[in-house]
Write a protein that binds this ligand. Structure first.
Ligand code: AKB
Length: 313
């Protein structure tokens, strides 16, 4: 077996940046990007690309065998807001892609798997402040149900079949290279773009809706650090809580106003408000810190500086 990496969903918000960083680190030819559509010019020009539907087991197996893939990062998924509109499509995509990858690992065709979970595994009955690693999980969204089920399957495959699968419960992710698609936390990306292009933003969540968030550089670093940790250090095989900052739309607006004093925000909550209200406001990630040394670097003001500077350029 070679030491080659396959990214499924490489053209999405996380996949794009993860692919570029892994190529920088391990060499372009060692990282195969794949998706059901082509990605940004920068991504497409940076190394090998295969058009693959992660729900198609034999197509996936062909690519894995052809490139002698060792590690798979499964970043293809339908996010919370879109999944509410297409429940069965979301369930099929989110679960079948995961089963395909877990089964390839069970058959020893690949050695290691990364699969992202989410704060969406929690629900209204979960303690919302400093949400513990192990607590009540009664998600009320299709996406959250798929992530919760996925976590159970990851742990099951690890314990029953020795599959080396590793996972993080990502908060909302803020990035400038690729747009997020169909999430409840997407406003925290859109707001920076509209602040620069229009000087104002209409937010689909209410002013004081606090949610856990993270800048993409931290999320990519967390992913790579977890994947490079010794297997014995990883005591959680469902998915780790992971945190960096928590803020509300009103707080991100103030942070932007420090750079753009004329920026204004209006609130027009829609169906996504109910989703946000069911999620934690802050996360206790002490297990990640203890097991594999997690430490975030970006707070809200540093994120705002990076976002405005990069989007302007
Ligand atoms: C979403 O909003 O659906 C995602 C997530 C928090 O998992 N960004």
């Amino acid at each position: 077996m070679g030491h080659t990496i396959l990214i499924l969903g490489a053209c999405g918000q996380i996949g794009t940046e993860l692919t570029l960083v892994l190529r920088e680190r391990y060499g372009s030819d060692s990282v195969v990007a794949s998706d059901i559509r082509e990605g940004s010019d920068a991504l497409m020009a940076s190394g090998p690309f295969e058009m693959v539907d992660a729900t198609n087991y034999s197509a996936l197996e062909d690519v894995v065998m052809h490139y002698e893939i060792e590690e798979v990062y499964l970043m293809a998924a339908m996010l919370s807001a879109t999944a509410e509109k297409f429940p069965m499509r979301a369930w099929n995509l989110n679960m079948n892609s995961l089963f395909n990858v877990l089964n390839l690992a069970r058959e020893k065709k690949i050695g290691k798997v990364f699969w992202p979970s989410s704060i969406a595994v929690f629900g209204t009955t979960t303690p919302r402040e400093n949400t513990p690693q192990n607590t009540i999980q009664e998600p009320s969204t299709v996406y959250g149900i798929s992530k919760q089920a996925g976590e159970r399957w990851c742990e099951y495959y690890c314990h029953k079949f020795g599959v080396d699968v590793r996972s993080l419960r990502f908060p909302g992710l803020i990035s400038w290279k690729t747009l997020p698609g169909g999430g409840t936390t997407d406003y925290a990306v859109d707001i920076y773009r509209k602040a620069l292009s229009q000087g104002s933003y209409t937010c689909f969540l209410s002013a004081n809706t606090r949610l856990p968030m993270m800048f993409m550089d931290d999320a990519i670093r967390a992913t790579i650090e977890l994947m490079n940790s010794d297997a014995e250090a990883i005591s959680v095989r469902s998915s780790y809580n992971l945190a960096a900052m928590s803020f509300s739309p009103a707080q991100i607006a103030s942070s932007i106003q420090r750079h753009l004093p004329d920026f204004s925000i209006r609130y027009q909550p829609d169906f996504r408000q109910e989703i946000a209200d069911s999620w934690p406001m802050s996360i206790d990630d002490s297990r990640s810190r203890a097991d594999w040394g997690w430490k975030p670097e970006f707070d809200l003001d540093r994120t705002t500086e990076e976002m405005l500077r990069s989007l302007k350029n």
